[in-house]
Write a protein that binds this ligand. Structure first.
Ligand SMILES: O=C[C@H](O)[C@H](O)[C@H](O)COP(=O)(O)O
Length: 229
């Protein structure tokens, strides 16, 4: 069995999110070690009779959902979900996010953006005043990735091809990830748009303006923050 980050704040935030799940909902199932705790708790509720279905945002999440007997569906059955619950690598004061530390950013963005509501679960270390300390994950096509990386470096970043255990990391979509240190990101929306215009870029880990609620666990206990409309 895979070893999961047992950080108590991740566990607390992840578990809290199930309070927002209602019977009959179709859910977007995010990725990462905080969402793992959401899935585990959700499995207990399913066992007690809660009727939900989920679309997983990664193969890892799909595996966990199956382990916890959470019924799954896909985009051939439903095009819009009631609620997505996902993790993040950084969260700024405007609820914009950096995601993709685990390499699941493309499927996460498709799932999160097609949900009526997005709840982000995280420990307090993820809160930042400005995005950018965590190098921005950018998913790129393997073909010509060297050119794409050079174009990104001309935008002021230092892209590093992600590797795991000595091999190039390959995403669930068969692509590569460039971890791009832009230093602090002054305008995340603009940077996302500029990166998306580069040939070879599939998607960026900047999630702008799609988060409704953040569940943070830390020194002050669990806080539920709603975005002001
Ligand atoms: O690709 C991975 C995802 O964006 C995760 O949601 C993110 O990295 C946070 O993961 P964790 O909850 O393990 O810190």
């Amino acid at each position: 069995m895979e070893k999961i980050d047992g950080d108590l704040n991740k566990k607390a935030a992840g578990e809290k999110a199930v309070e927002f799940i209602k019977d009959g909902m179709v859910l977007g199932l995010g990725s990462g070690s905080t969402v793992y705790w959401t899935l585990k708790k959700l499995g207990e509720l399913v066992e007690q009779g809660l009727n939900v279905k989920g679309i997983p945002s990664s193969k890892r999440t799909e595996g966990w959902a199956k382990d916890f007997n959470i019924p799954l569906t896909d985009f051939s059955q439903v095009q819009s979900m009631d609620l997505a619950i996902d993790g993040a690598d950084e969260i700024d004061k405007d609820f914009n996010l950096t995601k993709g530390g685990g390499g699941s950013l493309v499927r996460e963005k498709i799932v999160d953006a097609n949900s009526q509501k997005l709840i982000i679960v995280a420990d307090q270390s993820k809160l930042v005043s400005q995005l950018g300390k965590f190098p921005l994950p950018v998913e790129v096509l393997p073909f010509g990735w060297e050119v794409t990386a050079r174009k990104i470096s001309e935008m002021g970043a230092t892209p590093v091809l992600r590797e795991r255990e000595g091999s190039v990391f390959v995403s669930n979509n068969g692509n590569y990830i460039l971890d791009c240190d832009f230093n602090l990101i002054a305008d995340p929306g603009l940077l996302h748009k500029e990166l998306k215009q580069l040939l070879g870029v599939v998607e960026t880990g900047l999630f702008i303006n799609i988060t409704d609620t953040i569940i943070i666990s830390g020194d002050k206990g669990i806080e539920v923050l709603h975005k002001k409309k």
